[in-house]
Design a protein around this ligand. Sequence first.
Ligand SMILES: Cc1ncc(COP(=O)(O)O)c(C=O)c1O
Length: 459
Amino acid sequence: MLRYLAKNRSVGHIAHQGGLLASVYSYSSTSETAKKSKPTFHEVSDASEESHTGQFINKVSKPYTVTTYARPNLVLTHGKGSYIYDLENRKYIDFTAGIAVTCLGHSHEGITEILKDQSEKLIHCSNLYYNLPAGELASKLIHKTKEHNGLHDASRVFLCNSGTEANEAALKFARKHGKSKGGDNKIEFITFANSFHGRSMGALSVTPNPKYQSPFAPLIPGVHIAEPNNIDSVKELISSEKTCGVIIEPIQGEGGVNHVDESFLIELRKLCNEHDVLLIYDEIQCGLGRSGKLWAHSYLPQEAHPDVLTMAKALGNGFPIGATMITEKVENALSVGDHGTTYGGNPLGARIGSYVVDEITKEPFLQSVNEKSERFIAKLNQIAEAHPHRVLKVKGKGLLLGLQFAEGVDINKIVEKCRENGLLIITAGMNTIRFVPALNIPDQAIDDGLTILEHCIKS
Ligand SMILES: Cc1ncc(COP(=O)(O)O)c(C=O)c1O
């Protein structure tokens, strides 16, 4: 049972709750010898049924947990930066960041400090009253968005607790706005093939994946599916009388890390204007620095900016928080009582959100995301060139990257093999492996992780 080993790695020892000590994967140096030395690989299969892990899963966790997830025998216990550890004290390079969430890495000291400090002051007080962090986060999001070439007429923020909730708010606001403009028939939505917007009923209704939708049909009516980068497909569906909102991810994450063209989004914006339809950008995965700018739409000219912007994931670095940003045009259609949530804007989450936004919007931080992205893409291109029959292309932007494989390649096997070699990665649609690491991932972790990946593609 071995992990991926570089010649001059150091073997550390860590203790876990069970008191067990085991050797872990741990690099001590980036010296020339380390770079030149040929790595050797050693696989560790997932923990056995008899292990601490197997016993915990089969006796404590699995029998009492609703069966909605397929998971390997892996119990994660703690992490630091871009490394994460399991109950068997195995160390993994983390290219998943909890699915694009822990943008500043695991156990970030700044976040830990805020958690402690704010939890000693006020964790929750409901939206019956104002609180300082929620107001500060809302105003910060608006100002920073404008400073970073995002939604130029951003005006207000609704704080909630997750991505799907941020989209629920967006859909409800679009309906309210639509009805205020066109009466009770202006309630329909246009969404796009391969998009993902969440699992609650509204968000699920605009997530056109039969696997997710069919068991729960009927969903909300009047949702039409267009093709990304095909403006004619939208023209055929949009109507001034019926359509209230169009929802799109500027870079699709779950659907396969698919970039949407600038020219298409400019045309889409124009169509929405002509038909008085709200344009909603879901930046829950691609936003907050992941694209290399604050927002994926920060790359776009103002004429392609949305009316509504949704965010979550990275905003809390793991603390559940989401937000829906709107323009004054949308705000004007809303009234007191239209929407609400008990936990949204709680002082603890909001303070963490403020901290994350401050960190991400530091210029050196975003610059470094772009440098890391270049490093990642260069190595992914090398891998693609070396395996032309298996790898089709490198996709994505910033640190939302994908490697699309040929149809016959079983990417789940590659994911499993990577895990056995000490690297966590995830898949996406279109037979794509997705890379969404912490935005501050060390270069060494990028290099080591991609060395493991290439080894696993080869074998
Ligand atoms: C683009 C996008 N929208 C919405 C969601 C739903 O977010 P949550 O899982 O926080 O509800 C996700 C989650 O993966 C996402 O990637």
